[in-house]
Design a binder for this molecule. Sequence first.
Ligand code: SIN
Ligand code: FE2
Length: 210
Amino acid sequence: MTEISSPDWPQGLRLFPAALDAVAQAELLDAVVELIGEAPFFTPRMPRWGRPFSVRMSNFGPLGWVSDISGYRYQRHHPETDRPWPPMPQALLELWDTFARWPAPPQAALVNHYRPGARMSLHVDRDERDLRAPILSISLGDDALFRIGGPQRRDPTCSLRLRAGDILLMAGAARRCHHGIDRIYPGTARLPRAIGEGRINITLRRVDKG
Ligand code: SIN
Ligand code: FE2
């Protein structure tokens, strides 16, 4: 497996380009199509003001990340259907074992759908109770421009292009660094018709200590 890291990147950031072949990507996308049948994409909203995100989300696993006017949090049920999230596909648990090398399994797989024009502003993931556990990110569909900086919002940033099949590990210091998606590159890959155009990103997260 090829692995890339760079002295310009925060410590602990590791990119595995094309870690998933076309078959593995298609299998994960099939799982996402099935997921949205049970747990449809919802539009998260910013805490307090309720401004909608440009990204749509759903989750697999015992916990799911949601955001609405009352705040960001992990919860056991879908915010609109009130049903539990569908189970985490075995393929995701296996990717966690291979790439994350963390002793406890992930509890949430947050699935983001970026339609053309969608972006994600710089943020740090800090709703997890154990910030030492890494976050494993899987890219499918269109390419995206990912940006990562440091622990402070004003720290300098660097950018890398994420492509379908790439796996990115945010461990160590990188786990607490600001990051986001500046843009996607529409039409660089295809998604199943049931999802639509754009990019799918799946992030695997350990929420509780252990
Ligand atoms: C995220 O930071 O939650 C998503 C990153 C990505 O879409 O690659
Ligand atoms: Fe994030």
